[in-house]
Design a binder for this molecule. Structure first.
Ligand code: ADP
Ligand code: MG
Length: 618
C-alpha cells in the first residue's frame, strides 16, 4: 500500500517558518542540536525499554540499548544512531514534518522578538528539537526502522527548505540513524574532542550508554538513586539543567529517599521561572515516574496533584510494577502512598524555605502563589500546610512586605479571637474603606486581600490554628464598643432618623442601624453574617450577570456632622425634599465606592440638586 518509491512532501507551513527562524538566526549556541538528537535517541530507547517490559517474547531483548555517534571527516558527515523504537513511514510523516503542539511557533517567534532567550534555549521544551539540526547541516538523512513486526526501513531526506522526501530503504535491525551533512562553516562538529565535550555538558545524565567511534563516553549514573552525601550542590543544578533543557539554576530542590512505608527516591525541583505567568500555556505535569531507573511515564498526572504541576523532577520506585498499564495508574495504591508522602515532604520543605530563606520563598511565591492557593482550596488533606504557606499584606505591613498567618496569629491583640480580612482592588482602596476604622482604633491587624482568589481561599480554609477568618465588613463581629459617639442624646435623636431611613431605603437594605464601629465616616455598608463579600459577588456577576446581590446592613455614625444635620432636618420637617435627597445619596455614595451603582443618571441628578442647594439656589 505504501509507496516504495521516492515521494515528495511539503513541510507544514509552521515547520517552514520555524526552519527559517533556526537556519537564519544568528544564534551562537548551535551545539545544542546534538543535545536534541541525543535526547530523541534516548526517548526512543526509553520507549523500547518499556516495550520489552510489557510485550512478552520480543526479539532482541538481550541487545544493549545504546546511542552511537560516528564522524566521517572525509565526507563531512556526523552520524547519530540508536536502536530504539524507530519509526514507521506514517510516523515519519507525523513526527518529522509537523509541529505537534499548536501555538509553539508563535511562542518561539515572540521569544525571538523579545530576545529574552535564543530560540535554541527553548527548542527542546516545545517538541521541535529535531529541526535545530538544520542550524549546522545542509542536508539530513534519516534511516529508520520500526521495532514492530514486519517493520520496513525508510529513508527520509531534506535540505531544510520547503520539502522532504521519503523512500524505501535498507537497514539492519530496528532503530534510527540520523546523518548530518554539515555546512562548510560547521566542521568543528566533526572533532571528537568537541563532540565529547558537548555530550558531557548537555547530555551527562542520559540514561543510556553513548559510544563515540567505538569508545564509551563515561558519564553520571541516575543521580536520584545516589545518596545525598555523594552529591554536591552543582550536581543537583547540573541535573536540573539537563532534565529541563535549560541554562537556569533551580530555585530550590528536595531529594528524598524512603524505604518505608513505601520504597522510593524522589528528586524534585522548583524552577525560577513560571511559564504560566509568562502567558500562553498551562504547564504540563513536570514529574516523571520511573521504576528502577526505567522511565514509566513522563510528566505523570498521578504522581503529583495538579496544583503542583510547576514542580519538576523524578520519582523512582521499585514498587511500581513495570508492566503497569497507563489506565491503572489511577487509583494505584502504591502511587497514592508515594504521592501523599512526597507532597507532605515537599510542602514541609517549602515551609522551611519560607522560614529560613525568605528571599527565595518570595521568588517562589511570586511565581507560584496561584498554584499554592489552588492547592489550599483543593487539597483538603494538606490544607493546614498550604494555609501556612500563604502570604498577605496587611494593615501592619508596609510597601511590598508580606506576612504569613503564623505571624498574624502570633501578634493578635488581647481579646481578639478571629483573623480579620478585607478585600479590595488595591491597598489604597482598602485603606479608604470606613469598615477599617474600628480595627485601627482597636489596633487589630487586618489582612488586605487584593487578589480576588484570596477570598475563595479563606472561605475554603475557614480557620487557621483554630482562629476563624472573618471579613472586616461583616455585620456580626462582636466589637464590644460603645456607640462611637458615646453621646446618649445624639444616639436618641438619631433613632427617629433611622426609622425614616428604613422607609426611604425600603428593600435596598436589610437593616439600618446605629454604628458601633464608625469613627470618622458618616456611614458604612456591612455584610450580613455569612453573606458573600462585594468582591466575591462581583466575580459571580462576571460569570452570571443576574447573580442576586445580597442585601446589606446600613450603619450610621450619629456623631458625624452630616448625620447631625440630617437629624435636625428630620426634626424640623420629616417631609423635607432635601433630607430625602441626602438620604438617597448617602446610600449611593457607599455603593459608588464599591462600583455597584446601577442608575448613574439618577445619582448625577441628585448630586446636582445638592450642589444647587449648597449654592443657595432653590
Ligand atoms: P520532541 O522530541 O520534543 O517530540 P523533536 O522535534 O525532537 O520533538 O522530535 C519529533 C519527534 O520525532 C519525536 O517526538 C519522535 O516521535 C520522533 N523522533 C525523533 N527522533 C527520533 C528517534 N531517534 N527515534 C524515534 N523517533 C524519533
Ligand atoms: Mg526531541
Amino acid at each position: 500500500m505504501t509507496a516504495e518509491k521516492e515521494q515528495t512532501f511539503e513541510f507544514q507551513s509552521e515547520v517552514k517558518q520555524l526552519l527559517d527562524i533556526l537556519v537564519y538566526s544568528l544564534y551562537k549556541n548551535k551545539e545544542v542540536f546534538l543535545r536534541e538528537l541525543v535526547s530523541n535517541a534516548a526517548d526512543a530507547l526509553n520507549k523500547m525499554q518499556f516495550e520489552f517490559l510489557t510485550v512478552p517474547d520480543l526479539e532482541g531483548r538481550d541487545q544493549e540499548l545504546k546511542i552511537t555517534i560516528a564522524v566521517d571527516k572525509k565526507h563531512g558527515k556526523l552520524v547519530i544512531e540508536d536502536n530504539g523504537v524507530g519509526m514507521t513511514r506514517e510516523e515519519l510523516v507525523q513526527n518529522i514534518g509537523t509541529i505537534a503542539h499548536s501555538g509553539t511557533l508563535d511562542y518561539l517567534k515572540r521569544l525571538q522578538e523579545s530576545q529574552a532567550a535564543g530560540p535554541a534555549d527553548l527548542i527542546g521544551k516545545f517538541g521541535v528539537g529535531f529541526y535545530s539540526s538544520f542550524m549546522v547541516a545542509k542536508e539530513i538523512h534519516i534511516t529508520t526502522r520500526s521495532w514492530q513486526k514486519d517493520g520496513k526501513a525508510w529513508l527520509w531526506k531534506s535540505t531544510g527548505e520547503s520539502n522532504y522526501t521519503i523512500e524505501a530503504s535498507e537497514k539492519e535491525g530496528r532503530g534510527t540513524r540520523i546523518e548530518l551533512l554539515l555546512k562548510k562553516d560547521e566542521k568543528e562538529f566533526l572533532e571528537t574532542f568537541r563532540l565529547k565535550n558537548i555530550i558531557l555538558k548537555h547530555s551527562k545524565f542520559v540514561a543510556f550508554p553513548i559510544y563515540m567511534d567505538g569508545e564509551k563516553i563515561e558519564r553520571r549514573d541516575a543521580v536520584w538513586t545516589q545518596p545525598r552525601s555523594k552529591l554536591a550542590e552543582k550536581d543537583y543544578g547540573d541535573f536540573y539543567k539537563f532534565l529541563e533543557n535549560t541554562q537556569e539554576e533551580p530555585e530550590t530542590w528536595l531529594h528524598l529517599s524512603s524505604d518505608a512505608p513505601v520504597q522510593f527516591h524522589a528528586l524534585l525541583y522548583v524552577p525560577k521561572t513560571s511559564f504560566e505567568l509568562l502567558g500562553l500555556m498551562k504547564t504540563e505535569p513536570g514529574v516523571d515516574l520511573y521504576s528502577r531507573k526505567v522511565l514509566i511515564q513522563k510528566g505523570s498526572k498521578e504522581i503529583m496533584p495538579e496544583y503542583l504541576r510547576f514542580v519538576k523532577g523524578i520519582i523512582d520506585s521499585e514498587e511500581i510494577p513495570l508492566n503497569i498499564s497507563r489506565e491503572t495508574f489511577q487509583n494505584n495504591v502504591r502511587i497514592d502512598k508515594i504521592r501523599k508522602h512526597v507532597v507532605k515532604k515537599l510542602l514541609e520543605h517549602l515551609e522551611n524555605v519560607k522560614n529560613k530563606e525568605r528571599d527565595k520563598y518570595l521568588a517562589i511565591w511570586k511565581n507560584f502563589s496561584k498554584n499554592l492557593k489552588e492547592g489550599a482550596v483543593n487539597d483538603f488533606d494538606n490544607r493546614e500546610k498550604l494555609a501556612a504557606l500563604l502570604l498577605f499584606s496587611s494593615s501592619r505591613t508596609q510597601g511590598d512586605a508580606l506576612i504569613d498567618l503564623k505571624e498574624y496569629v502570633g501578634r493578635m491583640t488581647a481579646g481578639q479571637s478571629e483573623i480579620y480580612f478585607l478585600g479590595g482592588a488595591d491597598r489604597q482602596a482598602i485603606e479608604k474603606n470606613p469598615a477599617l476604622e474600628i480595627f485601627r482604633k482597636k489596633d487589630h491587624e487586618v489582612l488586605y486581600l487584593t487578589d480576588p482568589l484570596d477570598e475563595f481561599v479563606l472561605d475554603h480554609l475557614h480557620e487557621f490554628e483554630k482562629k476563624p477568618f472573618k471579613m472586616a465588613e461583616s455585620a456580626d463581629i462582636a466589637l464590644e464598643e460603645k456607640a462611637a459617639a458615646g453621646d446618649e442624646a445624639a444616639v436618641k435623636d438619631a433613632e427617629n432618623l433611622i426609622t425614616y431611613l428604613k422607609t426611604v431605603y425600603g428593600e435596598q437594605v436589610q437593616d439600618v442601624k446605629i454604628s458601633k464601629r464608625l469613627v470618622d465616616s458618616p456611614c458604612l455598608l456591612l455584610n450580613p453574617a455569612d453573606a458573600p463579600s462585594v468582591q466575591m459577588e462581583k466575580i459571580m456577576r462576571m460569570v452570571n450577570k443576574d447573580f442576586p446581590l445580597s442585601k446589606r446592613v446600613f450603619e450610621i455614625n450619629p456623631a458625624h456632622p452630616l448625620i447631625r444635620k440630617m437629624v435636625s432636618l428630620h426634626q424640623a420637617d420629616p417631609a423635607s425634599p432635601l433630607l430625602r435627597t441626602l438620604a438617597l445619596q448617602l446610600l449611593d455614595n457607599m455603593k459608588l465606592r464599591e462600583g455597584l451603582v446601577s442608575d448613574t443618571e439618577a445619582t448625577i441628578a441628585r448630586i446636582q440638586q445638592i450642589m444647587l442647594e449648597a449654592g443657595g439656589v432653590n
